[in-house]
Design a protein around this ligand. Structure first.
Ligand code: ATP
Ligand code: MG
Length: 591
C-alpha cells in the first residue's frame, strides 16, 4: 500500500519517527477490532484502517489550558497528517471526584479547536476506568509470572529502602514471597480485607537500578473511594505509571506522546508492556512513548491546580475569565482556533524545555485577525470635540455622511456608514495644550484630519474649575472631506479617529492586560499570587461607531489605532454592547 509521507508541515523529530515507522511498516500488520481490547480481541479484527494511532489523555479535573492545546494540536495534527486516528481518552483511573462539567468542557474544547475523535465510522472517545478489569488481570498475570509482589512495608520503610541517586535500594523483606502467596494476598487486597495504605502491589524489577523508577515501582494501592464510573466495585486502584501504558496498548496506540517529565518512566513503560506481550495479553508491536518539551509561556501559569486556585479564590471571574490561559478563557478573550493552531505550529516540537514569549501567542492572534476582522472606529477615553464653525460652514443642524471600507483589503465586505456633525468624541490623549516634540495631533493652531472626515484646525479647549479639560475646540476647514476632489489640498501630519456624538454608541470596553507582572510567575516554587497584576482589567465606557450596534457575541473587530476586540460571549447584547480587548495592534509589552 502506498502511504504518502511527504511532510505538509515543517518537520520535527516526531514526524521523522512516524515517517520512518510508516516506511518500515512497523505497525502495518496491526489489527483493530473496532474498540480497545486485549490481544485476543484485536486479533479478531481487521487490518487497522488507521496508519498510526495517537491519543490525547486529559485527567478530567479542570479546564484545558494553552499547554494542552499544544498537545491536542500535536496529537490530532499528526494523526490527520499521516492517515491516522487520534483518541480522546479521559484518564480517570484516579478515583478522585471527577466532574461532568470538566468532561463536557474538554470535549467542547477539542471540537472547538477543530479536531474530531470520530473517524472511520467509530467514536474514539474512551475512558481509562473502563479498563480496570483488564488492569486487574494484568496484575494477576505479573504476580503469577513472578514479576510482582505484595509489599507490606510501611510507607516510610519503603521510601527509605528505595535508596537514592547515589545509593542502591534494599530489597523488601516481602520480595521473596512465592507467586501463590502474593496472589492470595493481592486477592485479599481486592476483597477489602486490608486497610488503605497497609500494603501495595509492586512490580519486581531491580532495587539496584540506576533509574529509581525501575526500583520495583508500586502498581496497585488500596484506596476505599467511590469511582464515578465503577462505583464501589473496587477498593484497589492502579497507579498511573501502570495504568497509562496499558491504556495505550489496549487502544492500539502506536505513538504515545507525552511531556519530558515522563522520560525516566519510559523504561518501565517498555518493561511492563514487554511482560504483558510475552504473556500474550497484549497485541504486538506495543506502543512506544516519545517525549517532547511542554509549553512554558511567559506571564502564564499552566497547571490546572494553580488555575483552579485562581478561580476558587475569586482572583478571576471564572475558568473562562478572558485573562485565563484556559482555552475557554482565550476564546472569550477573542482567540480563534486558527490563531491557536498557528501558535502550536509556530512553536514547534522540541526535546528540550524552553520558555515561549507571550508575544508569540499574541502575534498569532494579530496575524489571523488582521486578514479578516472588520474595522471600526472607537473612542476609548472620550472627550468632546466641538467644531465651532460647523453651523456657519455646513449649515445649522447639518449631518454629513461618511463611509469607510469594512476591511482595507477585502472590498467585497463593502463599506460602513457613519456621520459627522458639530460634535464628535475624540481620544483625550489626542489633544495637548502644550504639545511635546513630535506631537502632530490636536494642539492650538495645528491642523489634523478626522479619519474618513475633514481636516480641522484646533483652536483651544474649555476646562472646569479644577482645570480638567471638558471640551476641545476646532474649526472645520471646508472642502477637505476625505474622498472628495481636492480634499488633500491641505497637508496634515496627524490623523485621528473619532465617533460622532450624534450616532456614537456607548459601549462597555474591557481592557485586559496580563494576569501576572512576572515572566515566570510560579518558577522555582514562587508564590504566583504575589505577582498578580493589579491592573490586569480596566473597564471603560467608550463610544463606538454605529456599525457596531449590530455586533453579535463573539464577533471580532479591529478598532482602528487600538487593536483587536471581541464582543464578549457572555455579557454582550445588542443594545448593551460589551467588547473585550483581545490584543493591541503592536507588541507593546516590555516597553
Ligand atoms: P496539569 O498539571 O495542569 O493538571 P497535566 O499534565 O497533569 O497538567 P493532564 O490532563 O494529565 O494534565 O494532561 C493531558 C495531556 O496534556 C498530557 O498528555 C500532557 O502531556 C499534556 N500537557 C499538559 N500540560 C502541557 C503543557 N504545558 N505543554 C504541553 N502539553 C501539556
Ligand atoms: Mg495530571
Amino acid at each position: 500500500m502506498h502511504v504518502d509521507t511527504t511532510p505538509i508541515k515543517p518537520s520535527n523529530f516526531l514526524r521523522q519517527i512516524i515517517e520512518h515507522d510508516l516506511a518500515d511498516g512497523t505497525y502495518a500488520n496491526r489489527r483493530w477490532a473496532g474498540s480497545p481490547g486485549d490481544s485476543a480481541h484485536q486479533a479478531g479484527g481487521q487490518s487497522d484502517p488507521a496508519k498510526i494511532r495517537t491519543r490525547f489523555p486529559p485527567e478530567p479535573n479542570g479546564y484545558l489550558h494553552v499547554g494542552h492545546a499544544k498537545s491536542i494540536c500535536l496529537n490530532f495534527g499528526l494523526a490527520r497528517d499521516y492517515g491516522g486516528v487520534c483518541h480522546l481518552r479521559f484518564d480517570d483511573t484516579n478515583p478522585e471526584k471527577e466532574d461532568l462539567e470538566y468532561v463536557n468542557a474538554i470535549k467542547d474544547t477539542v471540537r472547538w479547536l477543530g479536531f474530531d475523535w470520530n473517524a472511520n465510522g467509530t467514536s474514539h472517545l474512551y475512558q481509562a476506568s473502563d479498563y480496570f478489569d483488564f488492569m486487574y488481570r494484568a496484575a494477576e498475570y505479573l504476580i503469577e509470572a513472578g514479576h510482582a509482589y505484595v509489599d507490606e512495608q510501611s510507607a516510610e520503610a519503603m521510601r527509605d529502602n528505595r535508596g537514592d541517586f547515589g545509593k542502591p535500594g534494599v530489597d523488601s523483606p516481602f520480595r521473596a514471597r512465592t507467586p501463590a502467596e502474593n496472589l492470595a494476598r493481592f486477592r485479599e487486597m481486592r476483597d477489602g480485607l486490608h486497610e488503605d495504605g497497609s500494603m501495595v502491589l509492586r512490580s519486581k524489577i531491580d532495587m539496584a537500578s540506576p533509574n529509581i523508577n525501575m526500583r520495583d515501582p508500586a502498581i496497585y494501592r488500596i484506596r476505599r473511594a467511590t469511582h464515578h464510573n465503577t462505583g464501589d466495585k473496587w477498593c484497589i486502584y492502579p497507579m498511573y505509571t501502570f495504568a497509562h501504558p496499558i491504556e495505550d496498548a489496549l487502544e492500539q496506540i502506536t505513538h504515545s506522546i507525552c511531556t519530558l517529565e515522563f522520560e525516566d518512566q519510559r523504561p518501565f513503560y517498555d518493561w511492563l508492556l514487554d511482560r504483558l506481550c510475552e504473556g500474550g495479553l497484549l497485541a504486538q508491536p506495543h506502543p512506544h512513548q516519545y517525549e517532547f518539551a511542554r509549553l512554558n509561556l511567559t506571564y502564564v501559569i499552566t497547571s490546572k491546580r494553580k488555575l483552579a486556585a485562581l478561580v476558587y479564590d475569586k482572583r478571576v471571574s471564572g475558568w473562562d475569565d478572558p485573562r485565563m490561559p484556559t482555552i475557554v478563557g482565550l476564546r472569550r478573550r477573542g482567540y480563534t482556533p486558527e490563531a491557536i493552531q498557528l501558535f502550536a505550529e509556530r512553536i514547534g516540537v522540541t526535546k528540550s524545555d524552553s520558555w515561549i514569549d507571550y508575544s508569540t501567542l499574541e502575534g498569532c492572534l494579530r496575524e489571523t485577525l488582521d486578514v479578516s476582522a472588520p474595522r471600526a472606529m472607537a473612542v476609548l477615553d472620550p472627550v468632546k470635540l466641538v467644531l465651532t464653525n460647523w453651523d456657519e460652514v455646513m449649515g445649522e443642524g447639518f449631518v454629513d455622511d461618511c463611509s469607510a471600507p469594512v476591511h482595507p483589503h477585502l472590498p467585497d465586505l463593502g463599506r460602513r456608514q457613519f456621520t459627522i456633525g458639530r460634535e464628535v468624541w475624540i481620544e483625550r490623549s489626542d489633544f495637548e495644550e502644550t504639545p511635546p516634540k513630535g506631537f502632530f495631533r490636536l494642539f492650538p493652531g495645528n491642523k489634523t484630519r478626522l479619519k474618513y472626515g475633514h481636516v480641522i484646525e484646533c483652536t483651544g479647549c474649555a476646562k472646569d474649575a479644577a482645570g480638567h479639560i471638558t471640551e476641545v475646540q476646532a474649526k472645520l476647514i471646508p472642502d477637505t472631506k476625505s474622498g472628495t476632489p481636492g480634499s488633500d489640498a491641505v497637508k496634515v501630519k496627524g490623523v485621528i479617529t473619532w465617533v460622532a456624538v450624534a450616532d456614537g454608541v456607548p459601549a462597555e470596553v474591557r481592557l485586559y492586560d496580563r494576569l501576572f507582572t512576572e515572566a515566570q510567575p510560579d518558577a522555582g516554587g514562587k508564590d504566583f499570587i504575589e505577582s498578580l497584576n493589579p491592573d490586569s482589567l480596566k473597564t471603560v465606557t467608550a463610544y463606538v461607531e454605529p456599525s457596531l450596534a449590530s455586533a453579535k457575541a463573539d464577533d471580532k473587530f479591529q478598532f482602528e489605532r487600538h487593536g483587536y476586540f471581541v464582543a464578549d460571549r457572555k455579557d454582550h447584547a445588542v443594545g448593551k454592547p460589551v467588547f473585550n480587548r483581545a490584543v493591541g495592534l503592536k507588541d507593546g509589552w516590555g516597553k
